[in-house]
Design a protein around this ligand. Structure first.
Ligand SMILES: [Zn+2]
Length: 258
């Protein structure tokens, strides 16, 4: 264990809440320490020099001093503000979803460098103005894997048999595919098309940049969202606020949400 009183880390801001008169407690995600909570002293004062570097989903280099309850930010410098996201309602809703999912799936102080890289690349992708629908599904699948919840999509999670080229079922409780012959034995399972299953498997075995290039039709994308959200909902046990918001702002008027 290091006895250093101060340290430096890069971080993305996942969540903020007010603390005392002028402070904030920030939930950060870092490459080497995973999720941590720290205190930003005086950032709600108008003259604070740190405040502009510590907005939600900001990526910054931070200097911190060890504290009794929370480590304290002594200095902050922006690495990337993802400014385009802040001027775009759908983009900022998508980014809010990304940080909330990471926050909800991650225990504190648990290194997950792959999840950090995924978050940064996804924020870059969203910031570049691409369609967030596929980017978020790639993010869901990769993050589930890096967090220890990789869905099993090649073998039936009941009989262990190889998944054949036919429509299947998915069971959130079993964490993966269920073949038609086992469907009656898997509680809470729902049908999935072979097309959706193939896309999910393709994303799983591809690098992110490659997966983002996949041509995926609108109805398949909607099915991917439905499958992954039912699984995520099962894991988290309570709804994600940012998901509801994203659904509201990203759907054309008159269309119902999933
Ligand atoms: Zn089976």
């Amino acid at each position: 264990m290091s006895r250093e009183r101060t340290y430096q880390t890069e971080a993305v801001v996942l969540r903020r809440r007010n603390w005392g008169e002028a402070d904030r407690i920030l939930t950060l995600f870092t490459p080497l320490r995973g999720k941590i909570r720290v205190r930003a002293v005086g950032v709600r004062k108008p003259a604070s020099r740190k405040a502009g570097h510590l907005e939600l989903f900001h990526r910054a280099t931070l200097f911190l001093a060890k504290g009794r309850d929370f480590d304290i930010i002594t200095q902050a410098e922006t690495v990337e503000a993802y400014s385009p996201l802040r001027e775009d309602l759908i983009g900022s809703a998508a980014a809010s979803y990304a940080v909330e999912l990471l926050d909800r799936l991650s225990p504190e102080e648990s290194e997950n460098a792959a999840a950090y890289r995924l978050l940064v690349r996804t924020l870059e992708q969203l910031s570049a103005g691409g369609d967030p629908a596929l980017a978020l599904r790639c993010y869901d699948l990769k993050l589930l894997e890096y967090s220890g919840y990789k869905p099993e999509l090649s073998l039936c999670t009941v009989c262990g048999g190889e998944i054949r080229a036919e429509d299947q079922f998915f069971s959130p409780a079993r964490g993966g595919a269920v073949c038609p012959r086992c469907a009656d034995r898997a509680e809470g399972r729902f049908p999935v098309t072979l097309a959706a299953l193939k896309v999910l498997r393709h994303i799983q075995r591809s690098e992110l940049e490659e997966a983002l290039q996949l041509p995926v039709g609108k109805s398949t994308l909607e099915e991917l969202e439905s499958i992954l959200q039912r699984y995520i909902q099962y894991l988290l046990e309570s709804p994600m606020r940012s998901r509801k918001f994203y659904s509201e702002v990203s759907r054309p008027r008159g269309e119902g949400g999933v």
